[in-house]
Ligand binder design. Structure first.
Ligand SMILES: [Zn+2]
Length: 225
């Protein structure tokens, strides 16, 4: 694999990105389809907004380390806080991965994936939590969620889809997470189990050694979704 592609896959470069306003960066081929989706939404009274677009490997590493050290809350399947000191290293690894990707293995590194909400449904002081309740029936973003469901199902979502829509036991379902398939599927194809294994063997963040031991099963469960 050439170095440039590996850097893009692992969030180690920003050369493939374009500024999309409000400090958000996206892959340059994703900006136009994103704007088209926003324009469709606006016609239906929905103001699509990005909470998180591109995220660097360095940023993901900081999130990872904070969770592994218990400096950021770690939640179980039901959203209840876990005590990290009661977990084996392997359990801790899996618990973090349910909500946070391994540094270098986040779809947000590619610039093709975004976390979104409906800015017209809340006021500016609203503290976005990115929890399922906000997107479910009765939540502020239920209407946007349903609008997207219909669009994606009919193939009118300009190439966007939800990679984490079902709970397969790995990554928790994330109704707020959208991916631009025409580009992200190319990255996913390039990010093979072998690339993942070699990447892990070069890392020094907490639990990287355990992740390396389990690289093939982690790949199946968390990456090849
Ligand atoms: Zn996301």
């Amino acid at each position: 694999m050439n170095a440039e592609l590996l850097d893009q896959l692992t969030g180690s470069t920003e050369a493939h990105l374009q500024n999309c306003g409000d400090g958000v960066q996206l892959h340059k081929d994703v900006v136009a389809p994103w704007r088209a989706l926003c324009s469709d939404a606006r016609e239906d009274g929905i103001e699509l907004a990005i909470a998180s677009g591109f995220r660097s490997c360095e940023r993901q590493r900081a999130i990872w380390q904070a969770k592994a050290l218990g400096q950021r809350p770690l939640l179980d399947r039901d959203g209840q806080p876990l005590n990290i000191y009661e977990l084996t290293p392997s359990q801790l690894l899996h618990a973090i991965m349910r909500w946070s990707a391994i540094p270098g293995a986040s779809r947000h590194h590619w610039g093709t994936d975004i976390d979104i909400f409906d800015a017209s449904a809340v006021d500016e002081s609203y503290q976005l939590q990115l929890v399922p309740e906000e997107y479910a029936e009765g939540g502020p973003f239920a209407r946007m969620n349903q609008w997207l469901d219909e669009r994606i199902e009919c193939g009118f979502a300009h190439g966007f889809y939800r990679p984490y829509s079902d709970d397969l036991g790995g990554v928790a379902p994330e109704p707020w997470h959208l991916s631009y398939r025409p580009v992200s599927e190319q990255y996913l194809l390039a990010f093979t189990p072998a690339v993942f294994r070699v990447w892990l063997s070069q890392q020094d963040w907490l639990l990287a050694d355990i992740a390396l031991e389990q690289s093939d099963s982690l790949y199946e469960k968390f990456i090849a979704v």
